[in-house]
Design a protein around this ligand. Structure first.
Ligand code: PRP
Length: 212
């Protein structure tokens, strides 16, 4: 049987996930010296690591070409979940916030407000719940620019330290959700490779407890 495949989100979550794997006793030397390689073996374990963008981690796990994945709850909330979300890893913690230029009256007036975001589904759900009709515009990055350029009245975005908002004259209005990294598992793999996945999960849980 092929090695158990774990998809990791490249970028912010990558280093901290690799640290967790090392604490679990995994040899991550190949990952640390990856160069441009995208599939890395974990010597001594029937495990290999795949490095992918967050949305692709979900696609690969949903389609079963990866058995497990580490991905932010933000991406899960945006893309939906046809997989098991088995563990809150705790790290990568930040908040989805509604934010607007300081001093503006976002809730006032009758005009339909424009919301810029990388997460249109999350933003739409949030305003639907409030019963507020808004126009959601998808932006690919540096969403804070949209209100500064006059494209949007507010943004729905991830806030970690708050520095990006502060330095661009924006303030938070409401929290949309709290997010952190999650371990997800393909539905079929959970059945077919239950023992291996269970053992991996227990090792991860043990390290997370110790780290607390
Ligand atoms: C994220 C997020 C904010 C910023 C928040 O963007 O979208 O822009 O980080 O962090 P802070 O509260 O610590 O300032 P990222 O750096 O991932 O880049 P992007 O906006 O281009 O996606």
């Amino acid at each position: 049987m092929r090695p158990l495949r774990l998809a990791l989100t490249k970028g912010r979550l990558e280093e901290i996930t690799v640290e967790l794997l090392e604490r679990m006793g995994c040899d991550c030397s190949q990952i640390r010296q990856k160069g441009r390689r995208l599939i890395l073996p974990v010597p001594g374990e029937n495990l290999e690591v795949v490095l992918a963008k967050s949305a692709d981690v979900i696609t690969y796990v949903e389609r079963g070409v990866c058995d497990m994945g580490v991905v932010g709850k933000d991406t899960i909330m945006e893309m939906g979940s046809s997989f098991y979300e088995v563990l809150d890893l705790g790290f990568g913690a930040c908040r989805f916030m509604l934010a607007a230029p300081k001093g503006t009256d976002f809730y006032g007036g009758y005009r339909t407000k424009v919301i810029a975001t990388k997460y249109p589904a999350v933003a739409r759900r949030f305003f639907e719940k409030k019963g507020m009709d808004v126009d959601v515009v998808k932006i690919e990055g540096s969403v804070e620019l949209a209100p500064l350029l006059g494209l949007a009245d507010a943004i729905v975005d991830l806030v970690e330290t708050g520095a990006t908002l502060r330095e661009n004259g924006l303030e938070t209005l409401e929290e949309v959700a709290q997010v952190s990294a999650r371990l997800i598992v393909n539905v079929a793999s959970q059945k077919l490779r239950q023992e291996e996945i269970g053992a991996f999960l227990s090792r991860a849980e043990a390290q997370l407890k110790e780290g607390r």
